[in-house]
Design a protein around this ligand. Structure first.
Ligand SMILES: *[C@@H]1O[C@H](CO)[C@@H](O)[C@H](O)[C@H]1NC(C)=O
Length: 395
């Protein structure tokens, strides 16, 4: 009897909770003056919709219908002081940056920025930063070009979901998570030409609990880059190429630097990329580290450096007075990495003389180079190898 009473009370509580949490309010940006014609600046309309969603005591939805919405300058959505428990931004349309005047967003850090938000979801839609004129400026060697804006950035935020979002032709990084906790990116698509400069697909810094699933990233720089201070990162079913592959790094620019730990990268495919799975550290003094990393089930198709640790990174031999990296790299597993290498050295561990790599494990690595035997190269590295190994391990 007591049990039944309990269940009935519980049922009621669950029902009441469900009822109140499902009364969502929707704010359609068209109601606030947004125009889907690609010409009128809709920035203020988006800010008004955000303001109301943020002030709502119910979970809120911001809706962006089909159309092209010009966001003519950098925009920040702030979560400070928000009352709503969650905000979902459902996008059927495209947000576009100015097409020719790259200065309009090019000196801002981020074009579309979220700052200190909690429980924000972006679902669907396209972000088109129209970065080509800025890349042309940069490649012409002009020194007056702006640095360029990251397209979408979350800073100091928690419980973020980004699903089925497309990012096109960013001026700089496409998506950035900085000091975020618990984010899930799923079905994201990034597209920019292979020669577009600094257009990393997804860049993580000082973040924890980040999952990237079922995504496709074609760009001019790293597919996913994992900078200092990241932990508990899970990347699965991601296709990269063109671009520079999945990279932990660059690390060790700073003397005092937070480490990277617990990174899993599984079931990935790299097509014509510069690197497959890479760990990259500046040849500079640093107290940073990388540990507990798993690269599992990777397919390489014509990849220049399928497996690479480069702890002697120092482009043009600039800014590396000691020429030795202080980053400690340990406990890195490579398991079931197979396919084709575009260069003879398919496995390269170029570790630091000062802090050799250890606990490196190779298991079932099968990489071929144009039908010829590929090679491995090891310096300052210790570890173990098992299973089928082509090229032969140098560990
Ligand atoms: C490593 O990260 C995963 C998420 O990617 C998490 O589930 C797991 O608990 C973490 N392991 C440790 C030892 O923190």
């Amino acid at each position: 009897m007591v049990m039944i009473k309990h269940s009935i009370t519980l049922l009621f509580v669950v029902f009441a909770f469900h009822y109140s949490s499902s009364t969502k309010v929707t704010y359609n940006v068209l109601k606030f003056g947004a125009k889907g014609n690609g010409l009128l600046d809709s920035r203020n309309a988006f800010l008004k919709a955000w303001g109301l969603a943020c002030a709502s005591t119910n979970p809120a939805i911001i809706y962006v219908p089909i159309g092209r919405y010009l966001i003519a300058s950098a925009i920040t959505f702030t979560g400070q002081g928000c009352k709503s428990k969650s905000i979902t931004i459902n996008i059927d349309g495209t947000l576009v940056a100015p097409s020719t005047n790259y200065y309009a967003i090019g000196n801002a850090q981020v074009w579309i920025k979220f700052y200190r938000v909690n429980h924000v979801t972006i679902s669907g839609g396209t972000l088109d930063a129209q970065g080509a004129p800025l890349w042309a400026c940069k490649s012409s060697g002009k020194i007056t070009c702006p640095k360029g804006a990251t397209t979408l950035g979350f800073y100091h935020s928690q419980n973020i979901v980004i699903r089925k979002l497309r990012s096109l032709n960013s001026q700089m990084f496409h998506i950035l998570l900085y000091a975020c906790n618990n984010a899930k990116l799923q079905g994201v698509s990034v597209s920019a030409p292979g020669l577009s400069p600094n257009t990393d697909g997804i860049h993580l810094t000082y973040s924890t609990g980040i999952t990237i699933l079922n995504s496709k990233i074609s760009t001019g720089d790293d597919c996913v880059s994992i900078g200092p201070g990241n932990s508990n990162i899970w990347i699965e079913k991601v296709v990269c190429g063109p671009g520079h592959g999945i990279s932990i790094g660059s690390l060790g620019w700073e003397l005092e630097e937070a480490g990277v730990q617990n990174v899993t990268v599984k079931t990935t495919r790299f097509i014509g990329t510069q690197n497959g799975v890479r760990i990259k550290a500046w040849a500079r003094r640093s107290n940073g580290f990388v540990k507990d990393v798993v690269f599992q089930h990777a397919t390489m198709i014509n990849v220049q450096n399928p497996i690479l640790i480069d702890a002697n990174y120092c482009p043009n031999n600039n800014n590396c007075p000691n020429q030795v990296s202080g980053i400690k790299i340990s406990n890195v597993v490579y398991e079931d990495v197979h396919g084709t290498s575009a260069t003879r050295v398919a496995v390269k561990f170029d570790c630091s003389k000062g802090k050799p790599c250890n606990g490196i494990k190779l298991k079932d690595v099968n990489l071929i180079y144009g039908g010829q035997p590929a090679a491995s190269s090891c310096s300052y590295v210790a570890g173990i190898a098992s299973g089928l190994l082509r090229p032969t391990s140098c560990l």
